[in-house]
Ligand binder design. Structure first.
Ligand code: SF4
Length: 288
């Protein structure tokens, strides 16, 4: 049984800033006008109004159709279309028009591509560096089916942060269709081995039925492969066909996890119901 079961989702902390809907719609229009996808929209992220209002977003490259079907993910699945070679250029344009200082890019899982899309991540990093060498670039990559050369391609392209989400505890990995816990750890380990100074990051979503002891064991596994940063958030069922929420984790438990993650050695941890790996992503580098 989970150790921190409570009956309802803890209320979102009242934020001082009001949502400026005009700014939010401007971001939406800009991204739509450039034909870009975001994980914010595709995964139905609960923070979308706040992030779009702040003129930030997480770019979803390589299309909006995923070749896998994880039980907790709201992104569409099926057979993706061809890779668009002009997509990195449009992301660069969006970064310039949005005035981004920290850009996060992720992708759907592209098991249909020989390199899993690693080349496209590398090209995007290169183009962003050309555009603005001071821009912080964070990538959140899939597991590339364990292909170490694909992970190395991305790590060696020189992002500031290399992320790969472990998502859940090993006993619940059947929810991550096509995923493998040790393979995910190996992706992070490989990035660190290729580029030793590179900061690596991972994320966990809680509320799928994990126990506290299992979560803490994941912290230590991630640290054993040198993972520097961690996000811990509450799983929210994105659609009726996705896995149900098994529990809503209390604010006290999120705080406890944060302390335990720091004790395990992470440089920066964000922990809370609405935390997602890209939420307030600029904070990790500022505070480490
Ligand atoms: S938390 Fe990340 S995915 Fe969610 S809206 Fe913000 S930038 Fe997008």
């Amino acid at each position: 049984m989970p150790e921190q079961r409570i009956m309802k989702l803890p209320g979102r902390k009242r934020r001082n800033k009001k949502i400026d809907f005009r700014a939010m719609h401007e971001t939406e229009r800009l991204l739509r006008g450039l034909g870009l996808h975001t994980v914010c929209v595709q995964a139905r992220c609960p923070n979308i109004s706040e992030c779009f209002n702040r003129k930030t977003a997480t770019f979803l490259i390589l299309g909006d159709i995923c070749t896998r079907r994880c039980g907790f993910c709201g992104v569409r699945h099926g057979m993706p279309g061809p890779v668009d070679p002009y997509e990195p250029g449009r992301v660069v344009e969006a970064a310039a028009r949005m005035g981004l200082r920290h850009l996060v890019a992720t992708s759907v899982t592209r098991d249909d591509l020989d390199d899993g899309g690693a080349g496209m991540f590398a090209e995007l990093i290169r183009r962003l560096r050309e555009h603005d060498s001071s821009l912080k670039v964070e990538v959140l990559v899939p597991d590339f089916r364990g292909d170490e050369s694909a992970a190395a391609t991305v790590a060696l392209a020189g992002p500031d942060i290399f992320g790969h989400n472990i998502e859940t505890v090993p006993s619940l990995y059947p929810a991550k269709k096509g995923g493998d816990y040790n393979r995910s750890l190996a992706v992070l380990s490989c990035a660190k081995a290729c580029a030793p100074g590179l900061r690596t990051k991972s994320g966990l979503l809680l509320g799928l039925g994990e126990t506290e002891a299992e979560v803490v064991a994941v912290f230590h596994d991630l640290r054993s492969v040198g993972c520097d940063y961690l996000s811990i958030g509450q799983y929210l069922q994105p659609g009726r066909l996705n896995l149900p929420v098994r529990e809503y984790v209390s604010p006290e438990a999120f705080e406890r996890y944060k302390i335990k993650a720091h004790e395990a050695g992470f440089f920066h941890v964000e922990s809370g119901a609405y935390v997602r790996s890209s939420y307030l992503a600029e904070r990790y580098e500022q505070r480490s």
